[in-house]
Design a protein around this ligand. Structure first.
Ligand SMILES: O=C(O)c1ccccc1NCC(=O)[C@H](O)[C@H](O)COP(=O)(O)O
Length: 214
């Protein structure tokens, strides 16, 4: 199975175009106002029309129903990514309410953090493993911090649903990350930016070239 890639935090027509041209399999739109990548439902509706075959992933952090409804009224999404402290019950309720598959982010610093995974059986359709950054590292956000965790923690582990490797990836380290972790999907945000929130089309192309060469 070819390695697949999600490019997260896209916020202009130019960078969506770069991701689609580069063969991105999924595109992430951030609906979390404290993030420098956050966009409005109207912007997502507009740039989301040019995503081609790529899966449109809407990224939320502990959203209430009103925010979910507001975004989904304005923008067409194919998947919901929950990157906050959403419980399995809340994740299941969001999947039922929206009728969309739910990807739950699990933040990892050490082996003990995988203990949270089993509770999402039947509540989340996908998992995304991201770093739980040490204090003072990253951008102080729940995700999108450009911080990696020890990929060896994933080696040999199996889950009964698809999962993505995320956290601090870039064109230079993605091959090693996949070799060590066994990931079939990778996800990147900071590693294709020239500054927080400013996606770089050349870095997007370079990352996707690296992914598609594996
Ligand atoms: O990207 C953000 O700004 C963000 C803000 C709040 C919660 C999650 C966020 N991003 C989630 C993603 O899926 C990122 O792609 C993932 O955390 C990896 O980010 P990075 O380490 O910067 O590649």
């Amino acid at each position: 199975m070819k390695l697949q890639a999600k490019i997260c935090g896209l916020n202009t027509p130019e960078v969506v175009d770069a991701a689609v041209r580069g063969g991105a399999d999924a595109i992430g739109f951030v609906f979390y106002p404290p993030s420098p990548r956050s966009i409005s439902p109207e912007t997502a509706a507009s740039i989301g029309r040019q995503t081609g075959r790529a899966t449109r992933v809407g990224l939320f952090v502990d959203p209430d129903d009103g925010w979910l409804d507001a975004v989904l009224t304005g923008a067409a999404l194919d998947m919901i990514q929950l990157h906050g402290s959403e419980t399995p019950q809340r994740a299941a309720a969001i999947g039922s309410r929206t009728g969309l598959p739910v990807m739950k982010a699990i933040r990892i610093r050490g082996p003990e953090d995988f203990g949270a995974v089993d509770a999402y059986d039947g509540a989340a359709d996908w998992l995304l493993f991201d770093a739980k950054p040490p204090k003072g590292q990253g951008h102080g956000l729940p995700g999108g911090n450009g911080v990696a965790f020890d990929w060896r923690l994933l080696a040999g582990r199996k889950w009964n649903r698809p999962w993505m490797l995320s956290g601090g990836l870039d064109a230079e380290n993605v091959a090693e990350a996949v070799r060590i972790s066994g990931a079939a999907w990778v996800d990147v945000s900071s590693g294709v930016e020239s500054a927080p929130g400013t996606k770089d089309p050349a870095r997007i192309a370079k990352f996707l070239d690296a992914v598609k060469s594996l």
